[in-house]
Design a binder for this molecule. Sequence first.
Ligand SMILES: *Cc1c(COP(=O)(O)O)cnc(C)c1O
Length: 361
Amino acid sequence: MNWPSWLPIRQDLRSLSPYGAPQVPAQAFLNTNENPYSPSAKLQVAITTAVSEISSQLNRYPDRDAERLRSKLAAYINDSSSTRFTHNNLWVANGSNEVIQSIFLAFGHGKALGFSPSYSMHSLIARVSNTVWIDGNRNSDFSLNVADAISQIEINKPTLTFITTPNNPTGGAVAIVDIAKIADAVKAVSGLLIIDEAYAEFSEQTSAVTLIPDCPHVVVIRTMSKAFAFAGARVGYSVADPKVIDAMLIVRLPYHLSSITQAVAEVALDFKEELLAGVDAIIESRNKMIKALTGLGLTTIDSDANFILFTGFAQDATQLWSDLLKKGVLIRDVGVSGYLRVTIGNETENDLFISALKELI
Ligand SMILES: *Cc1c(COP(=O)(O)O)cnc(C)c1O
């Protein structure tokens, strides 16, 4: 970025650029891990009704602490993980990115550690909120080396340690027994372990929310953007010990979550069976896509999510990315040399991707 000299922008922000994938026209959008299934006609009606009901009260501020929505989210988590959380264990915001930002505002002192390659917003929000970020390592196959992760925690003593599972952009999940071992190491250095479970519903692994009752150092981040097919509504949340939630309340902006967002999120939770039914279809398409990619002689990284990282093509990743775009297929160049990431789309999009790829490699 070229900042003019009159602009008093912070020195440490001058070299940064805004996060985001290119927003360009395409026929197949397989770049941001969205769910390809749009809300059903029935859900659209329910959303419209909820918005219409709330519209007469838009002169009033929303429930500042979104208590009813937080209770519904607690019920959803309890249902899927056999836990006993209440709204006091939940925080909800405009996407899980806002939750991550609140975590840094409340706990961002000392160092934060993550294991690359992973979700780049963790390190970006660390930088923006003035927290030292340490880029830890993974195995060369992108799996997490648990013993090495623990020693990186012992050496750096981070206040915040981030693990994304299933990991984005690589797709693999970390077993709950390993998360528990890492949680012990984090506890020993008096830090918090932030488990970003944005893709949890696509995975068979036990959720790290089950560790929270015995280990208050564990904070789990979830989102309605992926499995719930609700990215446009911007709803993310965290599950944690009530004391962690109390700290999030200190740093949140008052009335951060609009009445409209709260109302439509509650409707989406009422439709959870219908919305989550798409997950099975996406997993089936993922397995089909892996077969198609390996059939083309490419190598895929095992994925527990709604995307696949692949390699084995002759050209440079950025070149193949732009050649695919010329054919109307938008995927993601995640900055891992020699690899590209494709989101599982609907059948038409997936077919378009595979046939375009066939012509290019
Ligand atoms: C997509 C994604 C998120 C962000 O989700 P929002 O709730 O839409 O802000 C968070 N973490 C990871 C790892 C993701 O891939």
